[in-house]
Design a protein. Structure first.
Length: 184
């Protein structure tokens, strides 16, 4: 990721980061280490649920993969985006390691942030958005809470709203997010 950022920064005046789920964690990792023009984070988990962290060391010696289904509420979108059928537990372990690393470096993030989280996400808690907002040093930050989508916010019921990075009247079905510092 850092190498890709360096390549883009060498040929472009501004580099923005965009990440969904683990991609959001990776975007925060880059933003903590490099100068970026802004970041859009969607359904970014800073900490997996307690039972996942508790069960992982017990299951990993016995099972390599666990079944997985897409967290998308819109049936049509779910049929178009079936996702992975299973999840490697080694990947979950590495994600937990990265989450800890990124959580400890949040104060180094100074770039403007736009966050989107769904209150109906079975994977990521909205409290992760609040933790990011409290932890970063960004002067401009905004969170948009969705009420109908699950984890796959970019393709789910409110996907068109999520696609509007800066909500305005030109974006269908969009409403401005809640600015944290009043700057919007």
């Amino acid at each position: 990721m850092l190498r890709a950022h360096a390549e883009l920064a060498s040929t472009h005046e501004r580099v923005y980061l965009l990440g969904l789920s683990l991609g959001g964690v990776l975007a925060l990792a880059v933003a903590a280490r490099r100068s970026v023009a802004g970041a859009v984070l969607m359904a970014t988990p800073l900490e997996l649920r307690w039972w996942v962290r508790w069960l992982l060391p017990l299951l990993e010696p016995l099972v390599r993969l666990v079944p997985k289904s897409p967290a998308i509420r819109d049936p049509e979108a779910r049929s178009r985006h079936p996702g992975y059928r299973s999840l490697p537990l080694a990947a979950v372990r590495e994600m937990i390691r990265l989450q800890r690393e990124v959580g400890a470096q949040l104060s180094r993030v100074t770039t403007p942030l736009q966050l989107s989280y769904s209150r109906r996400d079975p994977t990521v808690r909205v409290s992760d958005a609040e933790r990011i907002l409290r932890g970063v040093s960004s002067a401009r930050r905004q969170v948009r809470y969705l009420s109908r989508s699950a984890h796959g916010v970019t393709v789910d019921l409110e996907g068109r709203e999520v696609a509007c990075v800066k909500p305005s009247t030109s974006c269908p079905n969009s409403r401005p997010g809640r600015p944290v510092d009043g700057s919007g």
